[in-house]
Design a protein around this ligand. Sequence first.
Ligand code: ZN
Length: 174
Amino acid sequence: MARRGIRLYGDPVLRTRGLPVDPTSGSTRDLVADLFDTMYDAGGVGLAACQIGVSARVFVLDCSALLPGSPKLAVINPEVQWVKRPEPGEEGCLSFPDLYLHVSRPVEACAEFDTPEGTRQTLKASGLLARAFLHELDHLNGVLFVDHQSAARRLLLSPRLGRFRRRFRRGEFA
Ligand code: ZN
């Protein structure tokens, strides 16, 4: 399929709640293919549909570059069953180029989701995979990793966030 432009912070699509999709439709298959192409091209480990401008409950994940043997996942209409053990850890986000933040997030999680084959899959994840899964899941609800920062920390970040917003207004992509 195709590499799509990655939306920068400031784009309102990043704040929209994604809609459930038919996991086996042609448009979902094309969306998943574009997400993988765009994520690998950008060197990321996860990418959500809103980050390429589509308000859908779909994301892709492949942490194998950091965690050998980690699965390549297309996650559609996910529902979290439970989460445990919040821990601080460093995160980046393709919609915030070169910004890395410490985020407290559960590092054990269990979730169910649809696959592109139309089956329902259950995933129990820990460590980086759980963190990446929950980061992407946040995107489907319009939540961004900066939202997990304290008010004081967000104030310190505001000049950098302003630069992302200006780049978005100029029509740039990440
Ligand atoms: Zn992100």
